[in-house]
Design a protein around this ligand. Structure first.
Ligand code: TNX
Length: 539
């Protein structure tokens, strides 16, 4: 087994070296490229450094992909790239095929141990006329690198002297790595349920912009959306409803595993959230013994918050939660488990603190780091737990005093469910109106005096009180989620609204090809858009 791997990878290496060395053969075609400029490509997020060399690499039917055979996951990254090239250009590019009749250009995805690439998810691209070499230390870094390649393949082929269609890629060098290790979006599947297919499409879009986290808000007053085998009524009863009176829905454990696996193929993790001790009406309808608000729980389809609580002093509650957290943790390979903890308005403060401290232990027992909304900063919890800052600066700072890291999601800047302006078809505006520029134009690295060293990353939450299908989801998420991708990845000195705005305008052909029903903000001069601002105003 080992022997055959070595033989195969040696063979590929020989082919590659022969290819790189053999100049005579390669120059068979005279390609008439206009001068290119890698630096003016519409890359989002903007890379750390781009050094253009003004030539062209020809991606065409004579291109082949080779990958490291020894680095775990590299071949899959190569296959992923081939699949995306196929859907953009309709060409079948071979991956790690040893014998090719007529090969002109090569994309080589290489595992490199260079110290330049020590930072997680770092990658470097060297693009010359006949080869693209993508170096990374890990498959995750290589995966981020191929998103850059995808973004610089033009939407259409160009005319050259060659007889076959050619997609010209500008030559040069790109050096890149993310500024934050946690780059997330959240989807609330509790207020309205979204199918596995919808979630996968959202993952497709997020991965293209180098996100690595999708947080799923799996439970709330209006619905419980994840099957728990040891407590079946959670979904059988608690999954029946959603906001507005439509029937709800839930993920079976198989569905959830399918989402987790799909995320993993995109080098993303799922952060599962069970929101508690408030936001627990659906669970309490299923198992009234855990209800702590003194009222008879009934299924709820409205949008008020802060009415429900678990009975936090009941010991049986914690064996129930041990089962729930245990089952979900076992299906979630990521390091985090989110316990919610927000807006527990009818839980007494002492009871709330008691609850968070007990639940932290359960989360740790299942080998996960606890994340909670910023209110958890009131409890005496461990420095390995994480506070998600959404509203209360003081609580976030309390968490920092305990040595905890913070995820930045301030509602007035980072909430995808806030309306763009007074004309927005969907969304709320309790925290702010967030037009496309104000979503981008802020500095999460030093927001409200929280400094970068305390920040794990950024997350843009999409609450679903006002949206019930994928088109509405996309209207609120895009284009703003593209801006949050850049805030998470690109450092402050490398960001600039005027420059970003042009790159964003040029995402339109991709968004249209993906059939994403984005909001065509009038602040952006969209390159080509099916949806005009006038059309939006008319509905
Ligand atoms: C506040 S943000 C909430 C959610 C709502 C959201 C609507 C947070 C931790 N809690 O329950 O869905 O506002 O914008």
């Amino acid at each position: 087994m080992t022997k055959s791997i070595v033989t195969k990878s040696t063979l590929l290496m020989i082919i590659l070296l022969a290819f790189i060395a053999c100049d005579e053969q390669k120059k068979k075609r005279v390609l008439n490229f206009p001068k290119t400029d890698l630096a003016s490509e519409n890359l989002i997020p903007k890379p750390v450094k781009i050094i253009p060399t003004e030539n062209g690499f020809a991606l065409d039917e004579f291109t082949a992909i080779y990958t490291s055979q020894t680095g775990a996951g590299f071949e899959e990254v190569g296959k992923f790239l081939a699949e995306k090239i196929k859907s953009k250009t309709n060409m079948n590019i071979p991956v790690n095929v040893a014998e090719i009749d007529h090969m002109e250009t090569v994309i080589y995805i290489n595992k490199s141990d260079s110290t330049d690439l020590a930072q997680p998810e770092a990658y470097q691209l060297y693009i010359t006329q006949d080869s693209i070499i993508l170096n990374s230390n890990s498959a995750a870094g290589a995966f981020r690198g191929i998103q850059t390649i995808r973004q610089i393949i033009p939407e259409t082929s160009n005319d050259t002297l060659a007889s076959n269609p050619i997609w010209t890629i500008p030559t040069g060098k790109i050096i890149d790595a993310p500024q934050f290790e946690y780059r997330g979006a959240m989807l609330d599947v509790a207020r309205h349920f979204f199918s596995v297919k919808d979630v996968k499409k959202f993952i497709d879009m997020l991965a293209y912009y180098k996100y690595n986290v999708l947080h799923l808000h799996l439970t709330d007053d209006q619905g419980w959306r994840i099957e728990i085998k040891s407590w079946p009524l959670l979904t059988e009863v608690g999954g029946l409803t959603e906001v507005g009176g439509e029937s709800g829905g839930f993920y079976t454990q198989e569905d959830y595993k399918e989402i987790v696996a799909y995320a993993a193929e995109h080098h993303m993790i799922i952060v599962p959230e069970v929101d508690m001790p408030g936001h627990t009406n659906a669970a309490s309808v299923a198992y009234p013994i855990f209800n702590g608000n003194g009222k008879k729980p009934e299924l709820y389809e409205g949008t008020r918050v802060g009415q429900s609580t678990f009975a936090t002093r009941k010991d049986t509650l914690y064996s129930f939660l041990d089962d729930v957290i245990g089952e979900i943790a076992a299906m979630s390979p990521g390091p985090y488990f989110h316990i919610g903890g927000d807006e527990s308005l009818v839980t007494k403060k002492n009871d709330y603190i008691y609850f968070v401290e007990k639940v932290e232990k359960i989360v740790q027992k299942h080998n996960k780091r606890m994340i909670g909304w910023d209110e958890i900063g009131q409890a005496n919890i461990n420095s390995t737990s994480i506070s998600q800052f959404w509203r209360h600066t003081d609580y976030a700072k309390d968490a920092i005093k305990k040595g905890m890291k913070v995820i930045m999601s301030p509602a007035n800047r980072a909430y995808l469910d806030m309306q763009y302006d007074t004309l927005s078809k969907h969304g709320l505006h309790w925290a702010a109106y967030i037009p496309t520029d104000s979503a981008y134009n802020w500095t999460p690295e030093k927001y409200k005096g929280i400094s970068k060293e305390h920040i794990l990353g950024i997350e843009a939450p999409l609450w679903s009180e006002t949206i019930s299908n994928i088109d509405e989801l996309e209207y609120l998420a895009f284009p703003r989620a593209i801006g949050y991708a850049e805030l998470s990845w690109t450092t402050e000195e490398n960001r600039d609204w005027e420059n970003y705005k042009v790159r964003l305008a040029n995402q339109a052909p991709f968004l249209d090809r993906m059939n994403v029903k984005y909001y065509a903000s009038p602040l952006i001069d969209w390159k080509k858009s099916k949806y005009t601002y006038k059309e939006i105003k008319k509905d």
